[in-house]
Ligand binder design. Sequence first.
Ligand code: SF4
Ligand code: SF4
Length: 283
Amino acid sequence: MKKWNLVIDVAECHNCNNCFISAKDEYVGNEFPGYSAPQPLHGHKWIDIKSRERGSFPFVDVAYVPTMCNHCDDAPCVKAGRGAVTKREDGIVIIDPVKARGRSDLVDACPYGAIWWNAELDLPQAWTFDAHLLDRGADAPRCVKACPTGAMRSFKVSDDEMRRITQDEGLEELAPEFKTRPRVLYKNLHRYNKEFVAGTVVAISNDVADCVSDATVELFDGTACIGSAVTDAFGEFKIDRLEPRPRALRLHVSHASFVPRDLEFMFDSHSIALAEIALQRAT
Ligand code: SF4
Ligand code: SF4
């Protein structure tokens, strides 16, 4: 049995909001019996783009993470729904727009905050994966078609095939601690939930700082090397995917033409841009 999955590449999302707007355009004022009642014009974000800034000048990046109903295989909303929320054979979870009327408790049943309360209609609502379009032959939900960067992709594949894609592409769940087996998975999620250490390696001569390219920078937590990088043409490096927890770290910088240097610093669990690291030329 083939089932729907959505994959979002955080590195490719530029916050254009086309996916958010496509869901608004599809559902605001439109009723799809058996799938969804109209979404209100204001207040709901069935596709909700979260953002996070990391680092400090001059090493700053921003990640955008579109979130929505994950169409979980172990969905708490289905369990809480008592027939008002169903899991289809193709993996899509539908909140029945008739049976769920008055069920405000379902909003709290979703640990991701993906269910929105429509006060006017007395109805809990969530993104339906555009099931009404897929059932009429569409090959992808509108958000995927509207995404200009290819950050969103949908797959209708067997669970075995999706496991292979997940492994090959290093896909991750947004919140594995919820243990709901979501069908929305993320690539490059480290840009949102992990940290980095960055800096510039220079050589000082005659009071002028020159960039040192091709220096090897290794990051140690105790004796364990937890990341490494090679400086670019500007002498810059960035070691990413660090767990966000406070600890003392040590940087070891080496280059064939310079005296190696160690630098100890306190990592406070947030991404950090170190001051320039100056090397002395080997004699
Ligand atoms: S994300 Fe929330 S609303 Fe969607 S299936 Fe999972 S638990 Fe239900
Ligand atoms: S349409 Fe694509 S690039 Fe634009 S916000 Fe959505 S996921 Fe990001």
